[in-house]
Design a binder for this molecule. Structure first.
Ligand SMILES: [Zn+2]
Ligand SMILES: [Zn+2]
Length: 155
């Protein structure tokens, strides 16, 4: 059975204005789904955390005009992990789409899970990173492994 967000054997996600969409083959599962409480994620989400999934960059197909997709590099001196990350966003609607951490040589793409219609239900997070930034009014998600660092089992 396929839904509107699944097409041609892919799972589709898109920015707020639809100018840029992402397609992931249905045969590819993320290597990790996790909650990130780092200050960058909080600031970008204006909330307590972002939920993101890690895919091999080679499996993420980006549809949309190159000039609409903009990048901003957050220097390692300003990230909790200490390494640069390149944040990609739609310049029409401002929606952040994904980041590419330089420490993985561009091989992994960290995609915001809620861009995909079924993403939050399909890929429940199994880890929480930088929990020291988690506000007291937020509880740990059920079944997650917590870390005060960039964690990552099997990534
Ligand atoms: Zn957009
Ligand atoms: Zn983060």
């Amino acid at each position: 059975m396929s839904s509107a967000s699944e097409e041609n054997g892919t799972t589709l996600g898109h920015c707020l204005c639809n100018a840029i969409s992402l397609a992931i083959p249905l045969t590819v599962e993320p290597s990790l789904s996790f909650i990130c409480h780092c200050r960058d994620c909080q600031r970008n989400a204006s909330g307590p955390y972002q939920v993101v999934v890690i895919f091999p960059s080679s499996s993420v197909r980006i549809n949309g005009l190159d000039k609409i997709l903009k990048e901003h590099t957050i220097p390692g001196s300003a990230t909790l992990s200490g390494s640069d990350k390149v944040k990609a966003f739609c310049s029409l609607c401002g929606c952040t789409l994904f980041t590419v951490p330089v420490k993985w040589s561009g091989e992994k793409t960290v995609v915001r899970i809620a861009l995909f219609d079924e993403g939050l239900g399909k890929w429940p997070p199994t880890q929480e990173w930088f929990v020291k930034s988690r506000p007291l009014w937020i509880r740990a998600a059920e079944g997650t492994k917590e870390s005060n660092m960039a964690g990552g089992v099997g990534i």
